[in-house]
Design a protein. Structure first.
Length: 355
């Protein structure tokens, strides 16, 4: 979630163009906008990464497609600001709220308040540790860690040293990816040493910690970035150390990321990184609003396959999660540890279609 950022101004420009689907929606007082469509709130979790800026760009487009009007806020990776934003949205009469709390424990009181007010919530990308929501829309984040593990395990022939640049362990995503990667390595590739580095989804911290590890262990041959927030810093460090070389060069350090942003796909094609797991920014925007509208319309869902190539699971009693598809992307589209992959130029990848 970093590299050449898609400007936040792009999202603002889209709001101007798609006024009927953005913050300019007028509120008639009954939760319906000027067009009669229900008004829902969308809190953007941050706007400092390519991934989330892509989500911001998709959201008004999907609002028009789904048939809702939106009011938006941005909590800037701050759960206290998210709570305040929710109060603002409620005061504006929204009929439901989509959010992506980055601290999945601290959001519980806010969810309780919204449940009391009978305002449905859909969380995207993250799942609350406690509290009820109408639906969680995310991909299987444990699978992210497992796919990265199998890719690096295969490329290193089951032996060597790798650095895992973790996200925030206060987030269920950081925990899922970390636990799954470690468990897979221990079970399948016990001769690989994993250096886990907590980064709080911060690119500067990730770069600093990777630099220390590369200095202490110049024989490191793999890096797992739990999202593309660390992409630019990792590439810069490898270049400084003359390690940014083609995969055929013995000095090559194999790098796998999570997100599927356009820059990652480009770097895979150039041979600078080797793989990513494509996290569906477009479908996060689409199905967050889809489920909010369904909640407003009184619809309910059950665990099982969906009509959009995903599976709804029951995480705990009363909490459902729609796990969207998130494919492994590699230069050759090969299979790694029984995990299939697709090539970076595949037209099904959202990173190849975003404007």
């Amino acid at each position: 979630m970093k590299a050449k950022s898609i400007a936040a101004g792009t999202a603002l420009a889209l709001c101007a163009v798609l006024a009927a689907a953005c913050n300019s929606a007028s509120n008639s007082g009954d939760g319906a906008g000027a067009t009669g469509a229900p008004i829902v709130g969308v809190d953007y979790p941050r706007s400092d990464t390519d991934f989330w800026n892509s989500y911001i760009e998709y959201t008004p487009k999907m609002a028009a497609e789904i048939g809702v009007e939106i009011k938006t806020t941005n909590s800037q990776n701050d759960v206290a600001k998210l709570a305040s934003n929710v109060q603002t949205l409620v005061s504006q009469g929204v009929k439901g709220i989509a959010m992506a709390p980055q601290d999945t424990a601290a959001i519980a009181p806010t969810l309780t308040t919204l449940e009391t007010k009978k305002i449905p919530v859909v969380t995207i990308d993250t799942r609350p540790d406690q509290g009820n929501v109408f639906m969680v829309v995310r991909a299987d984040n444990r699978a992210y860690g497992e796919k990265a593990c199998h890719f690096l395990g295969a490329k290193l022939n089951g032996a060597g040293k790798v650095v895992m640049l973790q996200g925030d362990l206060a987030s269920v995503n950081g925990r899922d990816r970390t636990e799954a990667f470690n468990e897979c390595m221990k079970a399948k590739y016990p001769k690989i040493t994993v250096f886990g580095e907590a980064t709080n989804w911060d690119g500067a911290i990730a770069s600093q910690k990777l630099q220390i590890r590369l200095t202490e262990h110049p024989d490191i041959k793999g890096v797992y970035m739990q999202s593309s927030f660390a992409l630019a810093g990792t590439l810069q460090l490898l270049k400084q150390r003359n390690l940014l070389v083609p995969p055929s060069d013995p000095k090559h350090v194999f790098v796998v990321s999570n997100d599927g942003i356009p820059q990652e796909l480009k770097e895979i094609g150039a041979g600078n990184i080797d793989a990513t797991v494509s996290q569906p920014a477009d479908l996060y925007a689409k199905y967050a609003l889809h489920y909010l509208k369904a909640a407003i319309d009184g619809k309910t869902f059950q665990p099982g396959p969906t009509d959009h190539d995903s599976t709804i699971i029951q995480v705990r009693p009363g909490l459902l999660e729609d796990q969207l598809s998130a494919p492994l992307v590699t230069a050759d589209g090969g299979t790694y540890g029984e995990v299939p992959s697709i090539k970076p130029d595949d037209t099904s990848l959202w990173g190849n279609t975003i404007s």
